[in-house]
Structure formats: structure tokens, C-alpha cells
Design a protein around this ligand. Structure first.
Ligand code: S3P
Length: 474
């Protein structure tokens, strides 16, 4: 079944998964174990040519939600067709929006209108997606409907109290599992009560949940944000015609949304996801002789922290053809191999690269000297405990890592490859970003890195394996 392509690299198809694209063999086997698919990642040679990463996950979720709330027809181009976003699409359909994929790959949405959400007739399965869950809870909270949210084992362990608290203040009521987790049932309030809410955690999901609840609440709902987080909700809601003001008071951002809004349909073009590009930015930096261009990468300043930190470490990343796509700054990134040096990462930059720390830890493991990160408690409540997961996985691959309550300290190899996992599988723990980060670690290891389950990659980056193959074979 193996066919020789590229520079003599062999590729095999994953057994038992006929529809899957070819996976790089990488000196190991692909094994299906029930729904889990293990895979060994090993050096593939330099990453070259140009690749295009899929649409931004955060923007894709929001485009479906806001189009689904508008009155009339919107068209979305470049939507990420990953499992998380498809969970949002299914939920918006259950709320009454009509959503269809056209043959050219664009998505057409006929919205139901703010205030007119239908009550879903069965539980909403959110899969692995915290963004779908928390933002949609905000939507339901100010409608006179009841909805039940369920999710996979990872999502069912994640904290929902952070949205339950403000949405309860607005009048919604909840029956959640012990500890404030899924499954939970939410009874929306109509009319809901506008609040002024100061975010206790730097979370764009909590901010967005309150703003979305505010859309169907009489009066003005305000969110005070002491530390800036990604602002896609603010940008896109304004595009859909919501009345939203962003100001600064006492050094803190204040976002005010005027309620009982009517959203007008619009066409959205989703830029490429910087969080997906991150894996290729680090891979091309670490793999000798790489020269890879990643096309169409969103560079919203609230998301571009990794680019800044990698450059501080000595990475060679050039922004080519900067432009605007869908109201967001975008550029192509030309990434050439470079030797990195360890740094102290300023905790203030964390919200602007919150999803990129797992792959930054891989970069740090190959740098010369020590990299210290602090202020990262939030990483413990992502799809997995990302501090514990990456400390365990990198250690198993031969890196020198110390785990602290709020970060990792990593002593780099100075560019020498990692040992590899020696047939001891690392666990991806239902976390797409752990699986892809350890894939990158495998590319710069001697013996390869075996990941126990790569299927979570489909939640955010279904084309990852194919693009890795493409870049290595170019
Ligand atoms: C997201 C916000 C972040 C991020 C997540 C997507 C969003 O979560 O980790 O992947 O789309 O708003 P928090 O806002 O909870 O940090």
C-alpha cells in the first residue's frame, strides 16, 4: 500500500479509514484502536513551498452565530470545516437558522433574527468545543427558551461557572453537573437584565457570552476587560450592524452593547487561523533548511503574541503582502529555519497567544538556554491541562522540563534533536493542540514521537496531516 512520493519519503494510508487522506508514515505505523488513531511522527526533511491554513476557528464560530441571528441571508467564505465549528452550525440550525454549504465551499446562512431563537427539541452536543458552548449559552440566556448542552469527556470537565455567574445575574437559570460543568440545562430569561460585568478571568469566551446575551436584553450591557483578549466578537458584531462601543476607563477596556438589536446580514470572508499556522511556524523554524510560506494568516494584534515571542527568540519570519481580509489584518508568513534562544515570556502577552503555548514549549525545547513561562494558570482548564500534558509529553520525548503551578521552565537542547519517545506513546488527552505540538516535536526527534490519538486534530485543523505531507514533499 505504500507509494513513493516526494524526496523518497514513504507514505501510507491509515488502515480501516478508507476516506482518510494519506498520512505520512514517518518511520512508524498508523494504528486504529477503536476511535483512537495513534501515529508516529519522525523527521520528514525540510518544510518548503507554500501552504494555506484553514479559516480561523474563533471567527468561523462567530460568523455562523451572527449570521444565524441576522434577518436575511449571509454568505461565509473560508469557513473552517472542523468538528468544533460544525457543532456550532448544528446548534444554530437547532435554534432555527437555515445553514447550507454550497458547491463552491461557501456557506449560506438565513438567520432567525435576534429574539426569535427556537427552542431546540433535543440536547445540543457541543463535542469538544468550549467556544461553541460558552458563546451559545450567552445567546440562549436572554431568550425565552430552554436548552441542554452536552459534550465529550474533555469538555465535560471544563469550568462553566465563569459564564453561569454573569448569565445568572442577567436572569438566566441553570441546572449544571457538580462543579458547574456539562451536561447542563439553561433556562433563558426574557426580558433579561442588563449588567455591568468586570471579567474575573482574561477570557474572550466569557466576554463574548455576556455581549451575546446583551444583544437581546433591553438597555445597555457592559463588559469591563482589565486585560485585553481577542476582539473578534466586537469587530464582527459591528459589521453585522450591532450598536457596540469600545472605550477605555481607568486603563481598562469597556465594551457596551445596545440591546434589542437587529442584525443585518453580511458576507464574511474568514482569514486563515494564526493558531493553526503556529504549528507550521514552529516546525519550519526548527527543521533545518526549511523555507516555508504560510499564506493568508490572520494577524489581529490580540492573536499575534507567538509571532512576537518567536522573533524575540531569534526566529526568521517575514510578513509578506500585509492586507485586510474580513475586517482583520492578514499577511503571508515566510518562515526560514533559525536557531532559537530561550527567553522569559512576559505573562502580559499570554492572552494574545493563549492557544499557542503548547507549540511554543516545543520551540523552547530545541532552543539554546532556558525558557521560562509564568502566569499561565488558564492553560490548566483548556481542552486538557496543557501545562501537565506538555510537561509529560515533552519529558517522554527527552526534553528537560520543570512544571510549576503557573507555567513551565524548559531547558533547550541548543538545536540538537530530541531523543524521541522510544515507543512510549504520549497522550493527546482529547486535545488537538497537544497532538499537533507533539507532531512538531516528532519532526525534530531522533527516534520519532508516537502520539496515542491524533483524531482530535479534526476539531480545528482537519487538513493538518495533508499539509505536513505537502510541505515536506515540496
Ligand atoms: C476563544 C478564546 C480562548 C481560546 C479558545 C477560543 C474564542 O478561550 O483559548 O480556543 O474563540 O473566544 P478563553 O477566552 O476562555 O481564554
Amino acid at each position: 500500500m505504500g507509494a513513493k512520493i516526494g524526496r523518497g519519503k514513504r507514505f501510507i494510508k491509515s488502515p480501516g479509514r478508507g476516506a482518510r487522506r494519506a498520512l505520512p508514515e514517518a518511520r512508524g505505523a498508523v494504528k486504529d484502536r477503536g476511535l483512537m488513531t495513534s501515529h508516529t511522527f519522525a523527521p520528514l526533511g525540510p518544510l518548503t513551498g507554500s501552504i494555506r491554513v484553514p479559516g480561523d476557528k474563533s471567527i468561523s464560530h462567530r460568523s455562523l452565530m451572527f449570521a444565524g441571528l441576522a434577518v436575511g441571508r449571509s454568505r461565509i467564505t473560508g469557513l473552517l470545516e472542523g468538528e468544533d465549528v460544525l457543532a456550532t452550525a448544528a446548534a444554530m440550525r437547532a435554534f432555527g437558522a437555515q445553514i447550507a454549504r454550497e458547491e463552491d465551499g461557501s456557506w449560506v446562512v438565513d438567520g432567525v433574527g435576534v429574539g426569535s431563537l427556537l427552542e431546540p427539541n433535543q440536547a445540543l452536543d457541543m463535542g469538544n468545543s468550549g467556544t461553541s458552548t460558552r458563546l451559545l449559552m450567552g445567546l440562549v440566556a436572554s431568550h425565552a427558551i430552554t436548552a441542554t448542552f452536552t459534550g465529550d469527556a474533555s469538555l465535560s470537565g471544563r469550568p462553566m461557572k465563569r459564564v453561569i455567574d454573569p448569565l445568572s445575574q442577567m436572569g438566566a437559570s441553570f441546572e449544571a453537573s457538580a462543579g458547574g460543568t456539562l451536561p447542563l440545562m439553561l433556562r433563558g430569561a426574557s426580558p433579561a437584565v442588563p449588567i455591568i460585568y468586570r471579567l474575573p478571568v482574561a477570557s474572550a469566551q466569557v466576554k463574548s457570552a455576556v455581549l451575546l446575551a446583551g444583544l437581546n436584553t433591553p438597555g445597555i450591557t457592559r463588559v469591563i476587560e482589565p486585560v485585553p483578549t481577542r476582539d473578534h466578537t466586537e469587530r464582527m458584531l459591528t459589521g453585522f450592524g450591532a450598536k457596540l462601543e469600545v472605550g477605555v476607563e481607568n486603563g481598562e477596556t469597556v465594551i457596551a452593547i445596545h440591546g434589542e438589536a437587529e442584525l443585518a446580514p453580511m458576507d464574511v470572508t474568514v482569514p486563515g487561523d494564526p493558531s493553526s499556522a503556529a504549528f507550521f511556524m514552529v516546525a519550519a523554524t526548527l527543521v533545518p533548511r526549511s523555507d516555508l510560506t504560510i499564506m493568508n494568516v490572520g494577524l489581529n494584534p490580540t492573536r499575534a503574541g507567538l509571532l512576537h515571542v518567536l522573533r524575540q527568540m531569534g526566529a526568521d519570519i517575514e510578513e509578506v503582502n500585509p492586507r485586510e481580509v474580513g475586517g482583520e489584518p492578514v499577511a503571508d508568513l515566510r518562515v526560514r529555519h533559525a536557531q532559537l534562544s530561550g527567553v522569559e515570556v512576559d505573562p502580559d502577552i499570554a492572552p494574545a497567544m493563549i492557544d499557542e503555548f503548547p507549540v511554543l514549549f516545543v520551540a523552547a525545547a530545541l532552543a539554546s538556554g532556558t525558557t521560562r513561562t509564568t502566569g499561565l494558570e488558564e492553560l490548566r482548564v483548556k481542552e486538557s491541562d496543557r501545562l501537565a500534558a506538555m510537561a509529560a509529553a515533552l519529558t517522554a520525548a527527552g526534553a528537560r522540563v520543570e512544571e510549576h503551578a503557573d507555567g513551565l521552565t524548559i531547558h533547550g537542547t541548543g538545536g540538537e534533536p530530541l531523543r524521541g519517545t522510544d515507543n512510549a506513546r504520549v497522550k493527546s488527552l482529547l486535545d488537538h493542540r497537544i497532538a499537533m505540538s507533539m507532531a512538531v516535536a516528532g519532526l525534530v526527534s531522533e527516534g520519532g514521537v508516537e502520539v496515542d490519538d491524533i483524531s482530535p486534530i479534526n476539531t480545528s485543523f482537519p487538513t493538518f496531516m495533508g499539509l505536513l505531507e505537502e510541505a515536506a514533499a515540496a
